[in-house]
Design a protein around this ligand. Structure first.
Ligand code: ATP
Ligand code: MG
Length: 278
């Protein structure tokens, strides 16, 4: 009994089927090599937070998973289907992958319900009743049933983002990708969006989340991946990567994030010592 338990404790999610598999992924824009060989497996039900400095390739990585960007080299599999196979039915692939952006991208001239039903009807060819049912169910999940008839402009940023999450969920995705979903929000609105994401994680949704919310990453992520310069520098539990980073680059990034003022002072001091840059 005892030994079985400890095996379980060591590898709770590693034994599950990989839902997302990324192999030797490269992406260049002209001469700019943005992704330089990414290997990453995300198990079914696993929540992986991706952190790293601006320009490190986090968004490009997410966008390559659902082929909003075409990789220069390498492979991506989602639920066993090779997304990067030139013959793949890309619409079928995208139906399995929900994506939430920093900007909510809701249609301003449509009500909340219409924002949720439109993609279901267009992409999934659902009839009106079926789409309306999924819209209502998912608005309830994000706690916004009472806003069904409202227009986006009458909602707070946090509410709009929860509508955007509900819109993605109404498509019935197998995995959800989030690209800094709370970065555009006033601080007091961040919590409600994170609560919805926490609920999804608890329900067993496979999630890849680019975020600067370290408290969320610590609490909800199974793993944290630190990217810099288009490569994965560290990949491990939140306790390990955030609490006890192995690499200087990770420590530097985290210290800037957690204590920007102090990091600035230290940087200036170091530059002073080394002669610095003009
Ligand atoms: N469509 C594009 N065309 C040309 N260059 C691009 C394109 N998209 C991204 N890049 C470049 O790729 C690099 C990585 O960008 P990316 O948006 O993936 O970084 P990021 O880690 O998400 O940064 P941030 O934290 O600022 O969002 C940057 O140098 C950016 O200028
Ligand atoms: Mg980005």
């Amino acid at each position: 009994m005892e030994s079985e338990k400890s095996v379980e404790a060591v590898e709770p999610v590693g034994t599950r089927r990989p839902e997302i598999r990324i192999r030797d992924l490269h992406k260049s824009f002209g001469d700019n090599q943005v992704l330089r060989g990414i290997d990453l497996d995300i198990a079914q039900g696993e929540v992986v937070c991706v952190i790293g400095p601006s320009g490190s390739g986090k968004s490009t990585l997410l966008r390559c998973v659902n082929l909003l960007e075409e990789p220069t080299r390498g492979q991506v599999f989602v639920g066993g289907t090779e997304v990067t196979d030139p013959d793949v039915d890309i619409d079928a692939v995208r139906r399995r992958i929900g994506m939430v952006f920093q900007q909510f991208n809701l249609f301003p001239h449509l009500t909340v319900t219409e924002n949720l039903t439109l993609p279901q009807r267009r992409v999934l060819k659902r009839d009106k009743a079926r789409a309306a049912k999924a819209a209502a169910e998912n608005l309830e999940r994000v706690g916004l049933s009472e806003k069904a008839g409202a227009y986006p402009s009458s909602l707070s940023g946090g509410q709009q983002q929860r509508v955007a999450i509900a819109r993605a969920l109404a498509m019935g995705p197998r995995v959800m990708l989030f690209d800094e979903p709370t970065s555009a929000l006033d601080p007091e609105l961040v919590g409600d969006v994170l609560a919805v994401m926490r609920m999804l994680a608890d329900e067993g949704m496979t999630m890849m989340v680019v975020t600067h919310e370290m408290a969320f990453a610590r609490e909800v992520a199974d793993r944290v991946v630190f990217m810099d310069g288009g490569v994965i520098v560290e990949d491990g539990t939140p306790e390990r990567v955030i609490g006890d980073p192995a690499h200087e680059r990770t420590r530097h990034f985290l210290s800037r994030l957690l204590d920007p003022a102090r990091a600035q002072v230290e940087e200036e001091r170091n530059q002073g010592l080394t002669g610095g840059s003009p």
